[in-house]
Design a protein around this ligand. Structure first.
Ligand code: PGA
Length: 252
């Protein structure tokens, strides 16, 4: 891992104020683990409180709207997230793509809105099980990247890509290390094409059933720049075990 590994916890629709104790514990431990960039994406309702509780870790959102503001009941703009203390947002998570029918063009528009508001962006991509079984995984991901990634000058420095096979999310199943390596390599090639030299430093996170028990081997795979962690990010104990695994890799 050439650049600082990035471990991001995606709390999804979990967490009330009681969970701030976990955020505090993660933040406190991050002081000893400075070789790793650590961040949490709590639900919207906890962003401000998490930012207030935590001083070292990054705090971000799980989604944003494409517009700066307006008549969009129930939605949240990137500027509002920034105002609440977010430094980044995830966009294009497969649960958003599936539950809210978000297409690549929507994801790209959200990513561009987030960048315009001064947020960093994590763009998620990943194939379904049927697509992998049909031998189309790399093609599907390449198409998602081409359609979802924001373009333009200076974008690369604010961008992270998360590869999350849909069938690995929350299932306890993961691709083989060879499959992860092949996909991350193909994403890297595409980032180099799209962003030139700057593409080499864009971190590509792996996500999908990352746990304390498999984090070391996954993080050791070439071109895996960190992890996007769902279930195992909900307690400081399991999340920090993954951060420690990343810190050990950063040492080697
Ligand atoms: P999981 O979720 O770690 O619970 O599989 C990952 C994600 O959806 O980001």
């Amino acid at each position: 891992m050439a650049v600082r590994p990035y471990i991001v916890g995606n709390w999804k629709m979990h967490g009330t104020r009681a969970m701030l104790a976990e955020a505090r514990a993660i933040d406190r431990a991050a002081e000893r683990l400075i070789k790793v960039e650590v961040a949490l994406a709590p639900p919207f309702t906890l962003i401000h409180a998490t930012r207030n509780e935590a001083s070292l870790i990054g705090v971000g959102a799980q989604d944003c709207h494409t517009a700066e503001g307006g008549a969009h009941t129930g939605d949240i703009s990137a500027a509002m997230l920034k105002d609440a203390g977010a430094g980044f947002t995830i966009v294009g998570h497969s649960e958003r793509r599936a539950d809210h029918d978000e297409k690549d063009a929507d994801v790209k528009a959200k990513a561009e809105a987030a960048l315009a508001a001064g947020l960093n962006v994590i763009v998620c991509v990943g194939e379904t099980e049927a697509e992998r079984d049909a031998g189309k995984a790399e093609k599907v991901v390449a198409k998602q990247l081409a359609g979802s990634l924001p373009t333009g000058e200076g974008v690369a420095g604010s961008l992270t890509v998360a590869y999350e096979p849909v069938w690995a999310i929350g299932t306890g199943r993961t691709p083989t290390l060879d499959d992860i390596a092949a996909m991350h390599h193909s994403i890297r090639v595409m980032l180099n094409q799209l962003f030139g030299e700057a593409g080499a430093d864009i971190r590509i996170l792996y996500g999908g059933s990352v746990k304390p028990g498999n984090a070391s081997e996954i993080l050791a795979v070439e071109d895996v720049g960190g992890a996007l962690v769902g279930g195992a990010s909900l307690t400081a104990e399991s999340f920090l075990a993954i951060v420690v695994a990343a810190a050990e890799k950063a040492d080697t």
